[in-house]
Design a binder for this molecule. Sequence first.
Ligand code: HPA
Length: 231
Amino acid sequence: MSKLAIIGGTGLARLSDLKIVHKQMVNTPYGPASAPLIIGELCNESVVFIARHGHGHTIPPHKINYQANIWALKSLGVEQIIAVAAVGGITEKMAPKTIVVPDQLIDYTYGREHTFFSDDFNPDRHIDFTRSEFNVIDGGVYGATQGPRLETAAEINKLEKDGCDIVGMTGMPEAALARELEMDYATCAVVANWGAGRVDEEITMDQIETNLIDGMKRVRILIETTLPLVL
Ligand code: HPA
């Protein structure tokens, strides 16, 4: 039984070192997951991998079925999730290629199915959402925006005033849904670019891809060294 899952985001559509044991498409009460769940072995540990944006990166952040993805992982017995995500850097330390494990977030998304408890709510369903217990690298505040467009420079300034260090489009409701189902959840964010207006150059997909290739190499190493510590 795999207790640990890795959700791969932009730049990490597959885990090349994962020895695939089998693939399983999971149909959930919320619809199909983004992609087949890949059950495999990494560093002799059993791991489940799912590509958040689907195969070929066809699902934009606001169209991802976060409920189905999280429910599918839970149904396989997953207890811990490492969610890999590309983000934009806002504050000074968050330069491109930096890897950040945020410990807080602010949710600016809207219109996404964000809870499993719409129909059978009771007061116990107020999850503790103040802490992450998986501080491998310095924390930071993740601002979750709706996308799929990048922010304006004014929006990045506002996010900074709100206290955000990094900005991404997929952190919510994914993190909250995982916590609702009592799974540990940590984001491993790779800074792909400076947030809009932070430097005097256009944000290009080429630049994002180059930074992500480098950053994701280090994420793979980080995951491989972390696995024995968390399992
Ligand atoms: N903004 C939001 N999401 C992102 C960015 C960004 O600048 N870069 C990568 N994901």
